[in-house]
Design a protein. Structure first.
Length: 100
């Protein structure tokens, strides 16, 4: 199974700090509302199911796609908090990043 670049980046930064990758644990650790993390996760599941042509062959499930999107979201929230530039184009959940 190939991992997304966002999963790899997330693991490099936080892999040894967060053993449990449940959405509630991520919300608590990063001090992001759980509802926002769930929203991004659900968007990932929806994107996987409604646009299968955009899904790489290495992605085996909607949950795998959604978790990578969730990790990307968390990394973008951290960049925003540090006043660093973060991607705001389509598929980056920048509308939710602004709420975090």
């Amino acid at each position: 199974m190939t991992r997304s670049k966002f999963t790899i980046e997330f693991d490099k930064k936080y892999g040894d700090k967060i053993a449990n990758r449940k959405l509630s644990t991520l919300a608590k650790y990063f001090k992001i509302k759980k509802s926002l993390i769930e929203d991004v996760f659900n968007r990932g599941v929806g994107a996987y199911n409604t646009n299968p042509s955009s899904v790489r062959k290495s992605v085996s499930s909607s949950q795998q796609w959604a978790m990578a999107r969730t990790y990307k979201f968390i990394l973008n929230v951290i960049k925003k908090r540090e006043n660093k530039p973060y991607p705001t184009g389509r598929g980056h959940d920048s509308d939710v990043v602004l709420k975090a």
